[in-house]
Write a protein that binds this ligand. Sequence first.
Ligand code: PDD
Length: 277
Amino acid sequence: RTIYLNGHFVPETEGKVSVFDRGFLFADAVYEVVSVLYGKLVDFDGHVQRLARSLGEIGIIGAPDADDWLAICRELVARNNLKEGMIYWQVTRGSPEDRDFVFPPADTLPTVLAFTQSRTLADNPLAQRGIRVITMPDLRWGRADIKTTQLLYASLMKNEAIARGADDAWMERNGWITEGSAQNAHIITHAGVLITHPLNREILHGITRASVLPLVAQRIEERPFSVSEAEQAAEAFVSSASGFVMPVVQINGQKIGNGQPGSATVQLRRAYIDWAR
Ligand code: PDD
């Protein structure tokens, strides 16, 4: 695989980053995951804009601009002959000469990394079966809207969910669902209303969420929903760049609907993939 690192396209084994890199020592870094479907980038503009926002919120300067990212992505897709999968982008505050909580001088260059991952996205077998989730307390910091690489809690939750026989976790704060470990969470009530958490600092402002909502046939309410509302929903699903629209068929061991992916969810997944191609 060819990767991109700091202006160069190199074999993955030749990419080298300092042990003092602030991404490595402090998770002082932001990232994006962009899917590639039929050789085409999905929602590129949304991901570039969100990356710029994340960088702005934590004050990292000197990252590639939208045209640079497009050129980097096209080159990686071509060199790796990627038809379907993801491109991962990461920008860190760079590599000073020592470990220090204080930011390095403003002329320190950010570390810029991008690589591809080949994945089956459109015909993902998980989407046929649907996923089972378990709710866990949302113990993340208060700025979930910034896409930082501080993913330890997400990783711990996902592994605990798997150890407990489920597939993934939904996070809950005072009984209200915020989002999934790495996906936005949505339910459809028996009255046919889609409920999704409003955009604030408690969740990541999903790019897939933004593209999916205009395709929804149901009425939409942007408000928090409770764990018990979720357990009693007619349908549930998550949205993310890597999973698109992914049905949820069980929450805390409770079957959602008849335990199969819901019909509105299946329709929405198809609509999104059609829109993306
Ligand atoms: N995760 N919420 C969280 C906490 C996420 O990490 C993600 C993305 C989303 C969905 O956002 P989007 O639709 O823009 O992908 C919501 C990516 C895919 C990841 O970490 O791999």
